[in-house]
Design a binder for this molecule. Structure first.
Ligand code: NDP
Length: 332
C-alpha cells in the first residue's frame, strides 16, 4: 500500500502570515480515526479560504490541511461500518477545521461523519454540490417549510455568483421560483441568467436601504449567503409574512438591526447550518439533491475542475470574494 499522499499544507511562516503549498505526507501522520478514504474529489468552500488564511475561529492550530468536503473510496474502516472500496461522501463536522481535511489524497475520519455516495450522483457531481449544495438545499428547504411557493413573488439570492449562491439560484429556478440574483460581479450576469435567474441586480441596489428603518417590500423570500449589514437590508425589504434563510458571512458576521420588519411585517429570520446537522438530515437533503432537486444540466455550468496544485491560487481568489460557482478538485 502506498504510504505517502499529496496534501495542501497551510503554515504560519511569520506572525499572521500564512503560506499554502502542496506537500507529500505519510498516512502514519493522519489522525487515529477508524475510517480512511482515498479521496478522488474535493471542492473549495469559503470556509476553506478562511482556514487557509489563518482564521483561528475555523482552525486553531497550524500547520494544517483544509478541506471541509471529500469524496473517495474506503481504504480501511476499523469500525466495521463500511467495506473497502465503498464510495463515501463527507461534508462538514470537524473535517478541514481542526481535523486534516479533504484537500488531500487521503483522509481519516470517524465513520459517523460519512454517508454512502448518494445514488444518482457521480463523485464529481457530489463535489460540484459539496457543502455549498447541501447548504443551498437546506436554505430552500427552510423557505418551503415556512410556506414559500412560486406564486408569492420574487426570491432574492445574495452572493449569487458564489458557490452556495449559484446553486441556490439554479435550485430555486428549477422549483419554479422567480429569482432576483444579487451580485458584485455584474459582468457575470449571463452566468446567472443561464442558471435561471429572472433578473440580475447589482449589489449596490441594496445599499441605500441601510439609511432607512424599513424599505419598500420587494421580495417574498430570500436566501442570504453574505451576512453583515446586507442581511438586514434584505430583511427590511421583505414583503409581509416573508422570510430569509441566512447561512453566510462573506461580508461580515455582525449587523445593525431594528425590530420593525419583524413586528410590522411579521418576517422571519431562518438560520441554516450544514456543518453539525445530524447525518440522517444530511442524507435526506442529499437524496433530494440527487433526485427531485437534481440540477443536472447546470452542474457543468457551475463547476470548474482544478488540480490539487492549483488549490492555493483558487483559495486566494475565494478569499477575495472573486470566486464564481464551484471549484472541484480532481485527484484521480
Ligand atoms: P463563495 O466564496 O463561493 O461565495 C461568496 C460570494 O459572496 C462571493 O462570490 C460574492 O458573490 C459574495 N461576496 C463576497 N464578499 C462579499 C462582500 N464583502 N459583500 C457582499 N458580497 C460578498 O462562498 P461559499 O458559497 O462557499 O459560501 C458563502 C457563505 O456561506 C460564506 O460566508 C460561508 O461561510 C457560508 N456558508 C455557511 C454554511 C452553513 O452551514 N451555514 C455552509 C457553507 C457556506 P457576488 O460577487 O456574486 O456578490
Amino acid at each position: 500500500m502506498d504510504k505517502t499522499f499529496r496534501a495542501v499544507w497551510v503554515e504560519e511562516v511569520a506572525p499572521g502570515k500564512f503560506d499554502q503549498r502542496i506537500v507529500q505526507r505519510s498516512v502514519d501522520e493522519l489522525p487515529d480515526y477508524p475510517l480512511q478514504l482515498a479521496v478522488s474529489h474535493s471542492s473549495l468552500n469559503y470556509k476553506d479560504a478562511l482556514s487557509a488564511f489563518g482564521n483561528r475561529a475555523i482552525t486553531r492550530h497550524y500547520p494544517h490541511t483544509p478541506g471541509i468536503d471529500g469524496v473517495g473510496t474506503v481504504v480501511e474502516d476499523r469500525s466495521g461500518t463500511f467495506q473497502p472500496g465503498d464510495a463515501l461522501l463527507i461534508t462538514g463536522y470537524d473535517l478541514g477545521m481542526n481535523t486534516p481535511g479533504g484537500l488531500a489524497e487521503r483522509i481519516a475520519a470517524p465513520a459517523e461523519w460519512a454517508l454512502p455516495l448518494p445514488q444518482g450522483l457521480t463523485a464529481r457531481e457530489a463535489m460540484i454540490l459539496g457543502t455549498a449544495g447541501l447548504t443551498a438545499g437546506l436554505c430552500v428547504e427552510k423557505l418551503l417549510e415556512a410556506g414559500a411557493s412560486p406564486g408569492d413573488g420574487e426570491v432574492l439570492v445574495t452572493g449569487a455568483t458564489g458557490g452556495v449562491g449559484s446553486i441556490a439560484v439554479a435550485l430555486l429556478a428549477r422549483l419554479g421560483f422567480r429569482v432576483a440574483a444579487v451580485t458584485g460581479k455584474l459582468e457575470s450576469a449571463d452566468f446567472l441568467t443561464a442558471l435561471g435567474a429572472w433578473k440580475v441586480l447589482d449589489r449596490e441596489t441594496l445599499a441605500p436601504f441601510a439609511n432607512k428603518a424599513m424599505a419598500k417590500p420587494l421580495w417574498a423570500w430570500a436566501v442570504d449567503t453574505v451576512g453583515g449589514d446586507t442581511l438586514f437590508n434584505v430583511i427590511k425589504s421583505l414583503a409581509y409574512g416573508g422570510g430569509v434563510a441566512a447561512c453566510g458571512m462573506a461580508a461580515g458576521a455582525q449587523f445593525q438591526a431594528n425590530v420593525f420588519p419583524f413586528i410590522l411585517r411579521g418576517v422571519s429570520l431562518l438560520g441554516v447550518d450544514s456543518v453539525e446537522l445530524p447525518l440522517e438530515r444530511k442524507a435526506e437533503v442529499w437524496q433530494k439533491l440527487a433526485g427531485d432537486w437534481y440540477i443536472g444540466e447546470h452542474l457543468d455550468r457551475i463547476a470548474e475542475d482544478i488540480a490539487l496544485e492549483q488549490v492555493p491560487e483558487f483559495l486566494a481568489r475565494l478569499h477575495r470574494g472573486q470566486g464564481i460557482g464551484r471549484y472541484v478538485v480532481d485527484m484521480e
